[in-house]
Design a protein around this ligand. Structure first.
Ligand code: NAD
Length: 301
C-alpha cells in the first residue's frame, strides 16, 4: 500500500534510496539543501518539497540520509533558537534515520521523538552507492521489534539484508564496527596493490590473485582502489562520487571515541583514522575514500 514519505538528504546515497521508494509506488516528498541534488531527483520524477518542514506535512514516514551527527540533531531538535522538525511531524509517524552518526545522538533524538508520540529508529546502511542504486543495501537497525516491523516494508524497497542490532543506537554501533574494519582493509588493500605495482606487477592480475586468495575482501571484490581494475568503482571515475574520505574520517573518529568510552583496544582503527586525516588535510577530503591509495603510491613522473 502506498505511503506518504518525506525523504531528506539526497546525496550520493539518499538520492538513489529516495528514487527506489518512488519507483515502488510511494508518494515521496524529497528535500535537500543542495539545489543540484534536488534537480537530479526531480529529473527522475520525484516530487521536491520547498523545505524540510514542507516535506514532512502529512508524512506517515520520514527517512533521513544526512552527513553527520550535528546535521541530524540540528534538523530534528533545532538550532540557534529555531525549532526542529520534530515539532512539525505528525503524532504516530515513523522516522528512519539512515545516516551514520553517534549512537548517543540517535538515542537523544529518539527520546525527544518518543515524547512527541513519534517513533524513531536508527537504520544506518552498508553497500555503497552501488547498493543504494540497486536497492541491495544492508540495514543495521536500532529500535524495538515493533518499530523495526513498521519500517520493514520500506527498508525492503531499499535493501536486501535487514538486521536487528538491538535497542536504539545499536545500529550505529554495528555500523562503526563495520566501517572501522572497512577503513583498515582499504588501507591494507591499497598498500598491497601499491607494493605489487612498485615491483612491476599488473594491478589487475595482482588484484585477481589476491581476490581468490586468503587476502580476498570487499575492496578486491567490488571497490578496487586502483584505477581501471573495476570499471564502475570510484577509482575508475577520478575518485568522484562514492563514499567521501571525510565521511570515512568521521566514522573512524566515531569508532575511536567509542573505543575510548568503553576502554577497548583498537590500534589499527586509530592508525587508519590518522592516515585518513592526513589524506584529507592533503586535499582529498571530497574524493572517494579509496583515493587513500594515492598516499601509498609512487608519484607518476
Ligand atoms: P553526501 O554528502 O553525498 O550527501 C549528504 C546530503 O545531505 C547532501 O546532499 C547535503 O546537501 C544534504 N544535507 C545536509 N544537511 C542537510 C539538511 N539539514 N537538510 C537537507 N539536506 C541536508 O553523503 P552520502 O555519501 O549520501 O552519505 C550520507 C550518510 O550515509 C553519511 O552519514 C555517510 O557516512 C553514510 N553512508 C555513506 C555511504 C557511501 O558509500 N556514500 C555508505 C554507507 C553510509
Amino acid at each position: 500500500n502506498t505511503m506518504k514519505i518525506a525523504f531528506i538528504g539526497l546525496g550520493n546515497m539518499g538520492g538513489p534510496m529516495a528514487l527506489n521508494l518512488h519507483k515502488a509506488g510511494h508518494e515521496v516528498q524529497a528535500f535537500d539543501l543542495s539545489k543540484p541534488a534536488c534537480d537530479k531527483l526531480a529529473a527522475d520524477g520525484v516530487a521536491i518539497a520547498a523545505s524540510a518542514t514542507a516535506a514532512v506535512q502529512g508524512a506517515e514516514a520520514i527517512v533521513t540520509m544526512l552527513p553527520a551527527s550535528q546535521h541530524v540533531e540540528a534538523l530534528f531538535l533545532g538550532s540557534n533558537g529555531q525549532p526542529g522538525l520534530l515539532a512539525h511531524i505528525a503524532k504516530g509517524a515513523l522516522v528512519i534515520d539512515s545516516s551514520t552518526i553517534a549512537a548517543a545522538t540517535s538515542q537523544k533524538v529518539a527520546q525527544a521523538a518518543q515524547a512527541q508520540g513519534v517513533d524513531f529508529i536508527d537504520a544506518p546502511v552498508s553497500g555503497g552507492t552501488g547498493g543504494a542504486i540497486a536497492g541491495t543495501l544492508t540495514f543495521m537497525v536500532g529500535g524495538s521489534t515493533a518499530q523495526l516491523e513498521r519500517a520493514r516494508p520500506l527498508l525492503e524497497k531499499m535493501g536486501a539484508n535487514i538486521f536487528h542490532a538491538g535497542a536504539v543506537g545499536a545500529g550505529q554501533t554495528a555500523k562503526i564496527c563495520n566501517n572501522m574494519l572497512l577503513g583498515i582493509l582499504m588501507v591494507g588493500t591499497s598498500e598491497a596493490i601499491a607494493l605489487g605495482v612498485a615491483n612491476g606487477l599488473d594491478p589487475k592480475v595482482l588484484s585477481e590473485i589476491m581476490r581468490r586468495s586468503s587476502g580476498g575482501n570487499w575492496a578486491l571484490e567490488k571497490y578496487n582502489p586502483y584505477p581501471g581494475v573495476h570499471e564502475n568503482a570510484p577509482a575508475s571515475k577520478g575518485y568522484a562520487g562514492g563514499f567521501g574520505t571525510d565521511l570515512m574520517l568521521k566514522d573512524l573518529g566515531l569508532s575511536q571515541e567509542n573505543a575510548t568510552a568503553v576502554k577497548a583496544s583498537t590500534p589499527l582503527g586509530g592508525m587508519a583514522r590518522a592516515i585518513y586525516a592526513a589524506h584529507s588535510i592533503a586535499g582529498h577530503g571530497g574524493e572517494d575514500f579509496s583515493s587513500v591509495i594515492k598516499m601509498l603510491q609512487k608519484k607518476q613522473a
